[in-house]
Design a protein around this ligand. Structure first.
Ligand SMILES: CC(C)(COP(=O)(O)OP(=O)(O)OC[C@H]1O[C@@H](n2cnc3c(N)ncnc32)[C@H](O)[C@@H]1OP(=O)(O)O)[C@@H](O)C(=O)NCCC(=O)NCCS
Length: 146
C-alpha cells in the first residue's frame, strides 16, 4: 500500500467510495474541484491502481479541517485509515498548520475509536449537524507543536 497526493485519475474511485460509505456523499465534481482549491489537501491509499481509502482536508490560516475519510470495506482493519491520518498530519504540519479538527457522527464507534487512538480530543458538539439520519456531530481536535 502506498499513500499519495490525490490526482485527477483517482477521483472517480474516491467518488464511488464516498457514495458507498456516506448517506450525503460529495459529488465527483466537488471532489475534482478540490484539486484546484489552494486550501485543500487530499491523500489516497493505493493498492496497485485501486483506491483503498482517502482523506481530505482544507486549511485556513494555519488551522486544518478534515473533510472526509473512508476506507473500502475490503481493506478495513489493516491500518489504512491510521496511516492516512498520520500522513495527512505530517504533511499539514510541514505546511505550517497548527491543528486538525473534524466532525464525527455521535454513533460512529469505529471512527471515534480511530480518532481516540490518534490522540484527538473532544472539544464540542454540533446538535443535529447530520442528515439521513439526523444526528449530532462530535467535534474533535488534535493540536501539535510547530
Ligand atoms: C472509520 C474507518 C475510516 C476506519 O478505517 P480502517 O482502515 O478500517 O481503520 P484502521 O485499520 O486504520 O484502524 C485504526 C484504529 O481505528 C479503530 N477502529 C477501526 N475500525 C474499527 C472498528 N470497526 N471497531 C472498533 N475500532 C475500530 C481501532 O482503534 C483501530 O486500531 P486497532 O486496529 O489497533 O484496534 C472505516 O471504518 C470507514 O471507512 N468507515 C466508513 C466511513 C466513515 O465512517 N468515515 C469516518 C467519517 S468521520
Amino acid at each position: 500500500m502506498t499513500i499519495e497526493k490525490m490526482q485527477i485519475q483517482h477521483v472517480p474511485q474516491v467518488a464511488a467510495l464516498e457514495k458507498q460509505c456516506f448517506s450525503d456523499p460529495w459529488s465527483e465534481k466537488s471532489i475534482a474541484s478540490e484539486l484546484v482549491n489552494d486550501l485543500a489537501f487530499w491523500l489516497v491509499a493505493l493498492e496497485g491502481e485501486t483506491v483503498a481509502g482517502y482523506v481530505g482536508s482544507q486549511t485556513v490560516l494555519g488551522e486544518s479541517d478534515m473533510m472526509n475519510i473512508a476506507v473500502h470495506p475490503d481493506f478495513r482493519r489493516q491500518g489504512i485509515a491510521e496511516a492516512l491520518v498520520d500522513a495527512l498530519m505530517t504533511e499539514l504540519h510541514e505546511q505550517g498548520s497548527r491543528c486538525l479538527t473534524l466532525e464525527v457522527r455521535a454513533s460512529n464507534e469505529s471512527a471515534k475509536q480511530l480518532y481516540r487512538k490518534l490522540g484527538f480530543i473532544p472539544i464540542g458538539k454540533r446538535p443535529n449537524y447530520y442528515f439521513n439520519p439526523r444526528e449530532d456531530a462530535l467535534i474533535l481536535r488534535k493540536e501539535w507543536e510547530i
